[in-house]
Design a protein. Sequence first.
Length: 386
Amino acid sequence: MSEYLDPDVVSIEVGSTRFQGWQSISITRSCESMPNSWQVTASTEFMQSREAMAGTRPGQACSIYIGSDLVITGWIDRRSITASGRAHAVILSGRGITRNLVDCSADIIKDPGLQGGMINATSTLDLAQRLCKAFKITARSAVTDLGLAIRPFQVAIGETPYEIIESVARYTGYLVYEDENGDLVLDRIGTNSMASGFSMPGNIEAIGADRSVDGRYSDYTVVYYAINSYSEQAPLANQRATVNDPTMTEYRPLIRASAQITPDYDFGKAMANWEFARRLGRCQAATLTCDSWRDVDGKLWTPNWLAPIEAPAADITGAQWIIGTVTLRKDMSGTHADVILMPPDAFQPQPNPLNLFDQEIAASAPRSQDPTPPSTTIGGQPRPGQ
């Protein structure tokens, strides 16, 4: 494919046609949010091509490539055109296939797996696959373990599939993101490493590093609710779980409440550990701009992969952090990658107790559908107004 010898040429494939020729490019991928997104500004040659303009109308399925590497599979969302006597610009933008999981509501009325607002899934993957099926989206797990078993739980009218999946993923400790094929991926914090990372002097053009203690505490305590919605009193009523941070010399307690509604998993302890680990991780972060899109082996900077950072000027040495979000961009100033990195613990999903399903609600649903009209009499006498 000689036309793609440049490993960083960006093309949009619609059907069997690839379009190129952009004045500016921005492609964003993340392991903390979905869907992936992209935006390009067309060149004059592109705008003068009827085939190009007709082939990139909003609503069309597309694939975004960098060289021969597929980076986003999705849709063209918008085409913005501005024109004046001096300038003419066309901006195309779109998102990955999982946009429908984020934009749309889960149909708990028509979907046979959601009727009555109850979900009964065997695992997080099973749940994700069922919610993705209506949108013809593939859900897969990047790891073999399926996490905690899921008890029947309640969802609300209007919730999006992503909101439901993300809530359960936090319950079972998964990250949820979109891959280059448009698949929804369930994953743990990454352990794969890039072949190279970021250094200053070197490939780092600019860096901002944060260090803080104002969001950290010496003691993280979670107190269990005294009342459980599904029993008269929770089995762990008024008990507490505490985790200490030995690196904090100042006494700074943090107390949280936890809905302890699942007897086979200690959410209180999990929440205390999460508060400690997450805050310790988030108190360190680096936002940098790199002069290339790839590591030394030619692999694009990839979310949820580890990368070394060596930047003494920003007080970062010997770090091996997770790439959280990557924005690959190209414009008149050249080729750049904006990367956000943090220690692995910063990406721990927040434990989330599910809203377990009340069987009384399930029993009332069929009763509420009784076709028998209400009585029009009281004690054999007509109701007022009848």
